[in-house]
Design a protein around this ligand. Structure first.
Ligand SMILES: C[S@@+](CC[C@H](N)C(=O)[O-])C[C@H]1O[C@@H](n2cnc3c(N)ncnc32)[C@H](O)[C@@H]1O
Length: 367
């Protein structure tokens, strides 16, 4: 049976020439994780002048598989969507991670975890330990999941806290919010926003709620605020190592985002931050969970970033479609994604690596 996935028109704007390649990689990862080898060749195709990605599936897709597949990041509104999509699109600010890309990052991380096939039946919990003004958190809420975040920047924390509370009120979404300082030995060590919410009033009454939990603190202290093995996924867009020109001496007059990005200046690699933070993030992951990190390859090589994940005891997914996710963002940023999972225990570790090795062998056989 052959299927065609309609590509969102905006994805061409976001990814320039890479939208087809990224969609193909995402569908292939979906096939590997959830279709047990039934997925055929994934190919771009123009149908009536409109871009699609087409593919065959042995035996056809079940309704459940169609529902799961409809959440692909470049496709139209997904099955899991709980809220109006302005939750993710309204906020505009310099340094925002593109929302479509954020969905891709969440999806590929999910597909590397053990939980990809369970999202129609249960709520997952996601941590973005570099959450900025909450694009990942909003995507997680959109999927009906619990969302937690950390960011060291107080301006980002305040802006997100104001945005989400206003948005929930305006949409008349039943919720309860608390915001305030976190004290240890009478010292304020962080600020924290916690919100309990539900898309439907009845769900709220029945206790079928989602939790949003955002902390303004250094991500290297993540373990002080969240318990071990709390999250199914950890998803982060690392600092790009570029300074936005418009707010600095390098940038001149400020103005439009295009001018600002043209004036980006390389500053530093995120590797130091990652090597000190990733071991802590890994402890917060449930066994079977996965970490997905995006970063700028101009300031840190893929091998070096992969080593940081491996050093934290995670199994890096470095084969096939996982190697097809890099794409150009602008002159100063070439973005890539690394995904790694926390193997269930040492006995399973060998099995998991064997699966990885078998896939690598299968990939090279096909070439
Ligand atoms: C690329 S931005 C993420 C943007 C976010 N995804 C969004 O859409 O708003 C990286 C974030 O990492 C944060 N950051 C950098 N170093 C940090 C640290 N040591 N602890 C916590 N956050 C940090 C920055 O403040 C910035 O918000």
């Amino acid at each position: 049976m052959k299927y065609a996935l309609l590509i969102l028109p905006s994805s061409n704007r976001v990814y320039a020439d890479s939208s087809i390649a990224l969609t193909r990689a995402e569908v292939e990862l979906f096939g590997q994780a959830l279709l047990g080898g039934r997925l055929g060749e994934v190919e771009p195709e123009l149908i009536g002048g409109v871009p699609y990605v087409t593919f065959g599936v042995d035996g056809g897709l079940s309704r459940r598989e169609v529902a799961l597949l409809s959440n692909v990041s470049t496709a139209y509104a997904g099955r899991l969507d709980r809220f109006d999509d302005d939750l993710i699109t309204i906020q505009k600010y310099q340094g925002k991670t593109n929302e479509q890309f954020t969905k891709l990052l969440v999806n590929v991380t999910l597909l590397a975890s053990e939980f990809g096939g369970q999202v129609l039946d249960r709520k997952l919990a996601v941590l973005d330990p570099l959450c900025g003004r909450g694009t990942t958190l909003n995507q997680a809420l959109m999927y009906g999941w619990d969302a937690a975040g950390l960011d060291v920047d107080l301006k980002d924390f305040d802006a997100y806290a104001a945005f989400i509370q206003t948005w929930l009120k305006r949409k008349r979404i039943k919720h309860q919010a608390q915001i305030g300082p976190v004290r240890r030995e009478r010292r304020v060590v962080a600020r924290r926003l916690t919100i309990t919410l539900a898309a439907e009033k009845g769900d709220y009454k029945a206790g079928l709620t989602q939790q949003l939990d955002v902390v303004n603190a250094d991500t290297r202290q993540a373990g002080e605020f969240f318990g071990p093995e709390s999250f199914h996924l950890v998803v982060a867009d690392a600092p790009y190592g570029v300074r936005h020109g418009s707010r600095t001496a390098a940038g001149g007059s400020g103005g439009s985002p295009t001018r600002a990005s043209a004036a980006k200046v390389l500053v530093r690699s995120p590797l130091d931050l990652l090597s000190s933070a990733v071991p802590g993030w890994a402890r917060l992951l449930k066994p079977g969970g996965a970490v997905g990190i995006s970063w700028n390859t101009f300031v840190a090589r893929r091998e070096a970033a992969a080593q940081v994940l491996a050093d934290a005891g995670l199994e890096v997914m470095d084969y096939g479609p996982y190697l097809q996710l890099a794409h150009r963002v602008d002159q100063a940023i070439n973005r890539d994604i690394l995904v790694a999972r926390k193997v269930v225990n040492t006995a399973n570790r060998g099995a998991a690596s064997a699966v990885g090795a078998a896939r690598v062998a299968a990939d090279s056989d096909g070439e």
